[in-house]
Design a binder for this molecule. Sequence first.
Ligand SMILES: Cc1cc2nc3c(=O)[nH]c(=O)nc-3n(C[C@H](O)[C@H](O)[C@H](O)COP(=O)(O)O)c2cc1C
Length: 173
Amino acid sequence: MDFQEMILSRRSIRKYINKAIPKEDITKMLEAAMAAPSAVAKDPWFFFVVAKRVLLDELAEVLPHGKMLKQAPAAVLVCGDMDKTYLGNEGEKGYLVQDCSAAVENLMLSATGLGIGSVWLGVYPRKDRMEGISRLFKLDKSRVPVAVVSLGYPGETRPAGSRFSDDKVSWIE
Ligand SMILES: Cc1cc2nc3c(=O)[nH]c(=O)nc-3n(C[C@H](O)[C@H](O)[C@H](O)COP(=O)(O)O)c2cc1C
């Protein structure tokens, strides 16, 4: 499969078979995540890999649309570090959320390439979810939870497809 096809084949996978993901594959996904672009190359991200059943179940309670975590063999919590991020002079969190989002997408594309299903579970900017996760993971004040990625070998198939839409593009030539 070429790279373009792989990008188009990534779909949110919310049903999983009961099969553990090898640590080496999770490490590959993290390597892809950490290869994402980041403002001023600050790499302000931090990852928690969760493969402990009881914690995955607790995560599912904190995330109202994260019930698939009860089936998932693993998940990755992506946080940004306020002490490391490039703040510039403007936004409250600087580029933290954008940097972490780029890492999330790289992680998910890497999972697709490895035959592993994934779904992005939004955390930031929902206060209740951020607080719930900060409590569960005992996060330092400087760590901002941005997203959780639920992972597992697919227990459902979802068709690849293009969402290309001409009316979302203006060509200026
Ligand atoms: C910021 C963000 C938050 C999301 N939160 C959730 C979520 O809480 N639960 C969920 O099942 N899917 C969540 N999704 C996945 C979207 O629903 C999904 O990407 C979208 O419907 C497009 O489908 P696809 O991923 O199969 O292309 C989220 C996606 C993004 C980018």
